[in-house]
Design a protein around this ligand. Structure first.
Ligand code: NAP
Ligand code: MG
Length: 496
């Protein structure tokens, strides 16, 4: 890592600054907080700025000042800069991927994969910003040249969760910058090092001062003043429904543009004609990779009654065989949860389901050893009632429940009967049933014969119902949020 972001070494650990108006600096109070490895909490990764309202105000001032000049730079210059940032990040993929695993807990392979995704996003928007951006319309008047322009909005606040600590910041920040906006970025408190890495790559590529500002610190001390600052004209948020709804209220009330990507309770339907080997492997990947901490993770396997016993047994065998351990080890498939709080919460949900009599099929035990890391054993419940807590609530951990149904219509009805609608899968060889599912399922991302968590970076991403605010991210969809449309009627002066 280039060392600009490290403002001090204290007790053999780096202290990272905020990035405001083109320089790395301590918070105004000088206070910091610790970031530790969830697989091995005795490992201190670093200290990060504990910021507050004054730091946010400085960052918003810098972004507001930079907005005019940045918004009028040539799109080609912005494209070149983003491409340069992609090369800088690409040259550090292994190091950044490793840091991602150290601070978030997903496996090294997933950490490197996610960092590679951030590189792809930078490359994609370096290209996307060179695509046609307005439209030319016929006019009622033969002399009127009638067309639309898309212009930047101005200062955007980007607030991100810890579970994809570099990809989600990239897929928000990069299009914001590409379309000429300036940004104040508040990363999740649990994963500030990935935020530093992304910010550093963009800064080193030559972003002018103030165009991107990063402020670390707690939700209340940093998030609230950012969301309520009148100069912030757009807020893009990914995280939990409860926080998303608060942000919608706070920012929406004062007229800011708001985009929310929220939770999921994603179903995978397995029909009796499916290739069961394939279906079971995909369902397990969807449910358990990243310890189930993906918004698109599979948490309900909705299975045809005729194959339910066999599918449950096969799922149990695979859950039992998953290798849990240090995410940096090659053989590890399942790392820890992100924090002690998360592990305690998910373990509590498992205990609660057991005490309510839900059938525990695999896992459920408390792991020990493992350096005191925040591990939760991958867990499978059978015969889950669709309306139960386990059938309805997002647990955000390595927990899968099997729900049994009589036919595809019941499967789709059960799949839809939750407040969320992010992603959904069906496993079948029957094209008619697959098409019926595509039409009837209430989800923004739909898979036939693949896991719920797959998502490519150049196509729209987002959910139905309680999973998003209708807007979509990524690919061509991103410009809808990060631009506003100006309609131009251009007429010659009379007599010309
Ligand atoms: P979270 O608690 O809602 O936090 C998300 C971000 O919001 C963090 O940066 C957090 O800061 C900040 N925040 C919290 N309260 C705030 C407030 N009052 N004002 C401004 N900012 C505030 O979510 P999380 O636990 O990090 O992430 C897990 C959730 O995200 C799950 O529900 C998951 O499904 C969802 N998710 C959705 C998607 C999607 O695209 N649909 C993708 C990934 C995750 P601190 O970190 O400082 O608390
Ligand atoms: Mg951490």
């Amino acid at each position: 890592m280039a060392s600009a972001s490290i403002i001090e070494q204290r007790d053999n650990a780096p202290v990272f600054g905020n990035y405001i108006a083109g320089s790395w600096k301590a918070s105004q109070s000088g206070e910091t907080y610790e970031n530790r490895n969830p697989a091995n909490p005795s490992e201190l990764i670093g200290r990060f700025a504990s910021s507050a309202k004054g730091d946010v105000e400085d960052a918003v001032s810098a972004a507001a000042e930079a907005a005019g000049p940045w918004g009028t730079t040539s799109a080609i210059a912005r494209a070149n800069l983003l491409y340069k940032a992609s090369e800088i990040l690409a040259s550090r993929v292994n190091e950044v991927g490793r840091d991602l695993s150290r601070e978030e807990g997903k496996t090294l392979k997933e950490g490197i994969g996610e960092t590679t995704r951030a590189v792809q996003i930078l490359r994609y928007f370096a290209g996307e910003i060179q695509q046609p951006i307005g439209e030319h319309y016929p006019s009622m008047s033969p002399t009127t040249f009638l067309f639309t322009l898309r212009e930047p909005i101005g200062v955007c606040a980007i607030i991100t969760p810890w579970n994809f600590p570099i990809a989600i910041p990239a897929w928000k920040i990069v299009p914001a910058l590409a379309f000429g906006n300036t940004v104040v970025f508040k990363p999740a408190s649990l994963t500030p090092l990935c935020a530093v890495h992304l910010t550093e790559a963009l800064a080193e590529a030559g972003l002018p001062a103030g165009v991107l500002n990063m402020v670390t610190g707690s939700a209340s001390a940093v998030g609230d003043p950012l969301v309520t600052d009148e100069r912030v004209l757009a807020v893009s948020f990914t995280g939990s429904n409860s926080v998303g709804n608060q942000i919608k209220k706070m920012a929406g009330e004062r007229g800011a543009k708001v985009q929310l990507e929220l939770g999921g309770k994603n179903p995978a339907i397995v029909l009796a004609d499916a290739d069961l080997d394939h279906a079971v492997t995909q369902v397990i990947n969807g449910a358990m990779m990243s310890s189930g901490q993906k918004c698109t993770a599979t948490s309900r396997a909705i299975v045809d009654r005729r194959i339910a016993a066999e599918v449950t047994q096969r799922l149990a065998d695979k859950v039992g065989a998953l290798r849990m351990g240090d995410p940096l080890e090659d053989t590890t498939q399942i790392g820890p949860l992100v924090s002690a709080d998360a592990a305690e919460r998910v373990s509590g949900e498992i205990d609660r389901a057991r005490s309510e009599g839900v059938a525990l099929v695999a896992g459920g035990s408390k792991p020990d050893g493992l350096n005191g890391g925040h591990f939760v054993t991958p867990t499978l419940f059978g015969d889950v009632a669709p309306d139960s807590r386990l059938g309805q609530e997002e647990l955000f951990g390595p927990v899968l429940g099997v729900i049994t149904v009589d036919n595809v219509d019941e499967a789709i009805a059960v799949a839809n009967k939750v407040r969320y609608g992010l992603s959904a899968s069906i496993f079948t060889r029957d094209i008619g049933k697959a098409l019926g599912f595509i039409q009837k399922i209430q989800a923004g991302i739909v898979h036939v014969n693949s896991e719920t968590a797959g998502a490519e970076p150049h196509v729209p991403f987002g959910g139905y119902k309680g999973s998003s605010s209708y807007s979509r991210e990524q690919g061509k969809a991103a410009r809808e949020f990060y631009t506003q449309v100006k309609t131009v009627y251009l007429d010659p002066p009379p007599g010309a």
